[in-house]
Write a protein that binds this ligand. Structure first.
Ligand SMILES: Nc1ncnc2c1ncn2[C@@H]1O[C@H](COP(=O)(O)OP(=O)(O)OP(=O)(O)O)[C@@H](O)[C@H]1O
Ligand SMILES: [Mg+2]
Length: 314
């Protein structure tokens, strides 16, 4: 069953077209990974979905109901884990959950039980009476997630819930997401981290500059570029001449430099591995060379010419 249907969504800020006729559909029970670099429009799309901002054009249906701004019935079934942590510093973990549960109309014994259950679910029971000021980054993220869960939403929207935390906390959060999904929660999961999408999402939507540029299962997306291979080449020294000679080879689609390493996207079967090796040897020596099958990261790179994460731009 389709529970989110967004069609031809347009959003402008001043002259900037932030969402350019975007479509997004979600079916009940899935974990949809929403991927895109900084500024792609992911958070704006989420804000449109939950009715936090007004859109300039388009149609939004959530749980089969047209979503025009303020529908409490819809909001009660949604949970939002915000990109910026939004908890109250001067309330304990438990009080934070009581506050958010209260907003959704929970009270008395039910509220108490839900709060205890949710704290235990995110592994914070021991810290129920502590103030967030003493929490690590990972604990804050977990509390932020708990605040969005206490009213047991049918659709949970997570906007980059693992930014800036240690691997252990990240694994804990990913396991939480899987468990919620097993229990029947539909999840929209936004991230820059390809590995996260590969490990939890059943379907992926890739956005760039206000457009949806690809969507499908991970397998479908990778198959799209199966006719390409990635050659990673490490050389003693990278020169402009080396790059331009490589770019002139038949079947080479992209050459991306990262320090002494070059990533070369080539058509499969063009026989370029030998040629790349020969050119690099002439240019002063090869430290290593390696050809790989494409990953989701490469799909993204091929579609946008960009890396997903900050600081990894070419
Ligand atoms: N309230 C606003 N006023 C003006 N411009 C905005 C506003 N909100 C977002 N934008 C612009 O819209 C574009 C998309 O922003 P958005 O936050 O949706 O991107 P994002 O994909 O969530 O990026 P990130 O990965 O950094 O969170 C950006 O260029 C941003 O500067
Ligand atoms: Mg964002």
């Amino acid at each position: 069953m389709t529970i989110v249907h967004m069609k031809d969504i347009v959003k402008r800020y001043g002259n900037q077209l932030v969402l350019d006729y975007v479509d997004l559909d979600m079916v009940e029970g899935e974990i949809l990974g929403l991927l895109g670099p900084n500024g792609a429009g992911k958070t704006t799309l989420i804000h449109a979905l939950i009715g936090l901002i007004k859109i300039d054009a388009g149609d939004i249906q959530v749980f089969g109901t047209s979503h025009k701004g303020n529908s409490l019935d819809i909001k009660r079934q949604l949970g939002l884990v915000t990109q910026d942590i939004s908890i109250y510093e001067d309330l304990t973990a438990r009080e934070n959950l009581e506050f958010f549960g209260g907003i959704y109309g929970l009270k008395g014994q039910v509220l108490k039980e839900r709060v205890a259950e949710t704290l235990s679910f995110v592994g914070l029971s021991e810290y129920a009476n502590k103030l967030p000021a003493k929490f690590s980054g990972g604990m804050l993220r977990r509390l932020n997630i708990a605040c969005a869960l206490v009213h047991r939403p049918k659709l949970l929207i997570m906007d980059e819930p693992t930014v800036g935390i240690d691997p252990q906390s990240r694994n804990h959060i990913l396991e939480t997401v899987r468990e919620l999904n097993r229990q029947g929660t539909t999840i929209l999961y936004t991230t820059h981290y390809m590995e996260e999408v590969q490990s939890i999402a059943s379907r992926v939507v890739i956005m760039d500059q206000g457009h949806v540029i690809a969507e499908g299962t991970i397998r479908e997306l990778v198959e799209r570029i199966q006719h390409e291979e990635k050659i990673s080449l490490e050389v003693a020294e990278v020169s402009g001449e080396l790059i331009s000679r490589l770019k002139k080879l038949n079947g080479i689609k992209q050459v991306i430099q990262k320090g002494n390493e070059l990533q070369i996207i080539s058509q499969v079967g063009a026989g370029n591995l030998d040629r790349v090796l020969a050119i690099a040897r002439e240019a002063g020596g090869v430290r290593s060379i390696n050809a790989e099958k494409p990953t989701l990261e490469d799909v993204f790179l091929t579609l946008t010419g960009k890396r997903l994460r900050d600081g990894e731009a070419e």
